[in-house]
Write a protein that binds this ligand. Structure first.
Ligand code: AMP
Length: 390
């Protein structure tokens, strides 16, 4: 089945037309830097400048025009926040769209662009089914002790406060990819999956089920991210509210857009941070040290929760491409049976033919792996399965 997967971020749209029977990408395109002066469309080796003034709906229109002649049989959209209700790939109807709209305040950077893209795609391809898959869905298995915050029950219930977790489409894909690579049954594996992209989260996966994850009710909790602070003492926010005179919108902007790597080093591009750190820039060195420190804390915590680990996997932009971050996260883990092989880590390169690669020493009990994120393939397969097609 030919499924068009549309994966909208806050400033980019990835897309792929996938033949789900063979797991093959028939066509793929990506628009980056949306909203800036240099929005670009990448199609294979070709790059086309879209110029300034391109917003997300216009970028989606560009992509849809290019796919129309390929006649996709279904379209699938990634939606970050599915709240309590959405746990499975869901056919998009008017009432489902309304429900997703109501969840926008929980993921203000992500749900609104996805909705804008969905409306454009429904208009451009009205005759095929459109599905949504949700980043929160994989974490619906969180046990209560990981899901709940230690707030009074009446407050939690009244305001629907709980951990949801995100990046579930890719964490689920990582678990399946690790199992396939190791030729083991996923139900027998304990995996710590580190999704290190512009957004970042760690998930503890026990037997294929998410049992804890670093993002919370919103995608703000946990790791140091591109522009998000991750874990912050809530008392800091109270103080900023009272003494810094920041209102809710200003705090939102601070935590979502001006913190994390960008707040520490002035950019959220890890390549640039690594280059500047190597040249002696102290802010960039600190940003890397804090970034790695936070990941290691979660790896240690999740190893304790899982009662041991069989594999630690690194995925997404930084996890797949930065040998420096993988190395620094994996050093001094010998106590838990994870032995790094520096040379394999340095030479590691993932491709569509080799989407998983190991960088542990031969005598390591724990597998250290890099896994290519492929949300579009996972989305397309989930859609085909929901339609009873493979
Ligand atoms: P993603 O959100 O998965 O596209 O990941 C974006 C992040 O990956 C950005 O911080 C990029 O700087 C980072 N990244 C991409 N390629 C590399 C690389 N070769 N080395 C270090 N970081 C990279």
């Amino acid at each position: 089945m030919r499924v068009l997967a549309l994966n909208c971020g806050s400033s980019s749209v990835k897309s792929a037309l996938i033949d789900t029977a063979h797991g093959q990408r028939l066509q793929e395109m990506q628009v980056e830097n949306i909203g800036s002066d240099h929005a670009r469309l990448h199609a294979g080796d070709q790059v086309r400048e879209l110029g300034s003034g391109i917003d997300l709906p216009a970028a989606v229109d560009e992509l849809l025009a290019a796919y129309r002649s390929a006649s996709p049989e279904a379209v699938v959209h990634r939606v970050v926040h599915g709240g309590e209700g959405f746990r499975d790939p869901t056919l998009l109807t008017d009432s489902v769209l309304q429900d997703i709209e109501q969840l926008s305040h929980l993921a203000p950077l992500h749900n609104p662009p996805a909705l804008a893209a969905i409306h454009r795609a429904l208009a451009a391809l009205p005759d095929v089914p459109h599905f949504a898959v949700f980043d929160t869905a994989f974490h619906s298995t969180l046990p209560a002790h990981a899901r709940e915050y230690a707030l009074p029950g009446d407050i939690r219930q009244r305001f629907g406060i709980r951990r949801f977790g995100f990046h579930g489409i890719n964490h689920a894909h990582v678990a399946q990819s690790v199992a396939a690579y190791l030729k083991r049954d996923v139900s027998k594996l304990r995996i710590v999956s580190c999704h290190l992209g512009n957004g970042a989260s760690v998930t503890a996966i026990d037997g294929g089920r998410s049992v804890d994850t670093s993002m919370g009710m919103t995608p703000l909790e946990g790791l140091v991210m591109g522009t998000r602070a991750g874990d912050v003492d809530p008392g800091v926010l109270l103080q900023l509210r009272r003494e810094g005179h920041l209102d809710a919108d200003e705090l939102d902007d601070l935590l979502n857009k001006r913190s994390g790597l960008k707040g520490l080093a002035g950019t959220n591009d890890m390549r640039e941070i690594e280059r500047r750190a190597a040249a002696g820039d102290q802010d960039c060195e600190l940003a890397i040290a804090m970034y790695v420190h936070r990941i290691r804390k979660y790896i240690g915590a999740y190893a304790a929760e899982l009662g041991g680990v069989d594999a630690i996997a690194f995925t997404a932009g930084i996890g797949e491409h930065s040998s420096l971050i993988r190395r620094r996260c994996s050093e001094r883990l010998e106590f838990m049976g994870a032995l790094l092989d520096v040379a394999s880590n340095d030479s590691l390169k993932l491709t569509s033919d080799q989407p998983v690669a190991a960088f542990n020493a031969a005598d390591s009990r724990v597998h250290l792996l890099a896994v290519r994120a492929d949300e579009e393939l996972a989305m397309a397969r989930a859609t085909a399965a929901a339609l009873g097609r493979h």
